[in-house]
Design a binder for this molecule. Structure first.
Ligand code: ASP
Length: 326
């Protein structure tokens, strides 16, 4: 028996009337909103919009994206955790869901128990990129420049807890050089400033950097994954370019607020799986240096296990660094 019909039972019993079988409310019968906790046009937004389109087709309803950027992705997560658990508000978030529970010690929502995981989406490599006219031709020259001009070079990110923040921390710690950071509501506005040359460096997902790198509006110095990606064949991995211990990739997942009925979570998972098997989405993901997860990872159970393991993986690292958002 579904939770929806169970909730309707007492009223029927009390009335004692022989009512016709209760009609199951159709889901969805109105627009579903996917919250993206970063600015429009950025990498999380790009992933979410591709997924939303496919899910809408599979669910036979309208799925729209709403950008609730700021505070490293915590504002959009908070909006989702506090939304009605009815399947009409969901969240696409990334690796920040695993770091925020430790990084932020004061939040107005529960960053772990406030959500029902629906399914994993993708894992995206990051790139270390710089403004076009940076005075370096490869990673070693960039490192030398950063060391020489540590007081002048700045690093854009999407706030504490964002993937760009995390990747930037890894870069600074690999070099043992602290840099001034410039936070944005997402890496889309940060990218505008990088292209304009008003900030110097950024570490961001290939889903945001690939097209700019190809167009030559920014420069790429390294990929943060073990292997190169076919979308950017000329960009070396950090290890190849002589910077080991600079590896991180950014997983994304879909969440519903806690207490969303299990049937609805399962409908959402099925719709997510359908979206991720769409050839257009796969092509687009590939063009941007990534691919969807296997179908068995786009499930609530696989997502929960992966997410919990990642929270446990990051906790001691953040605690040892002693750097909190508050
Ligand atoms: N890539 C961003 C980050 O640093 C978020 C975004 O704008 O999508 O987490």
């Amino acid at each position: 028996m579904s939770r929806l019909s169970r909730r309707a039972l007492p009223a029927v019993a009390v009335s004692g009337l022989a009512l016709p079988a209760l009609a199951q409310p159709r889901y969805p019968d109105r627009t579903i909103t996917v919250i993206v906790p970063f600015a429009a046009g950025g990498p999380t937004d790009t992933v979410a919009r591709l997924v939303a389109e496919g899910m809408g087709r599979s669910l036979g309803g309208t799925v729209v994206v709403e950008n609730v950027g700021g505070a490293g992705g915590t504002l959009g997560a908070q909006r989702t955790a506090q939304a009605r658990p009815d399947g009409y508000t969901v969240l696409v978030h990334h690796i920040g869901m695993a770091t925020i529970p430790t990084l932020y010690r004061r939040l107005a929502y529960d960053p772990v128990n406030g959500f029902e995981p629906v399914g994993l989406i993708t894992e995206v490599p990051m790139t270390l990129v710089a403004k076009r006219n940076i005075e370096a031709n490869n990673l070693q020259e960039l490192i030398a420049l950063v060391r020489r001009q540590r007081d002048r070079i700045n690093l854009a990110n999407a706030g504490v807890g964002a993937a760009s923040h995390l990747c930037g921390l890894l870069f600074q710690s690999a070099l043992q050089v602290p840099l001034t950071t410039v936070p944005y509501r997402g890496t889309a506005p940060a990218m505008n400033d990088l292209v304009a040359g008003t900030v110097d460096l950024m570490c961001d997902q290939t889903t945001n950097t690939t097209e700019q790198i190809r167009a030559g509006t920014i420069r790429a110095f390294a990929l943060t994954t073990e292997n190169r990606v076919s979308a950017l064949p000329d960009v070396p991995t950090a290890r190849e370019a002589g910077l080991p211990n600079f590896e991180v990739s950014v997983w994304h997942g879909l969440y519903a607020p806690r207490n969303t009925p299990r049937e609805i979570v399962s409908r959402l998972s099925t719709a997510l799986q359908a979206a991720l098997s769409d050839q257009n989405l796969i092509r687009r993901f590939n063009d941007l240096g990534t691919e969807p997860v296997a179908q068995d990872k786009a499930t609530s159970e696989a997502h929960r296990a992966f997410w919990q393991a990642d929270i446990a993986r990051w906790r001691p690292i953040i605690q040892a660094a002693g750097q909190y958002a508050d």
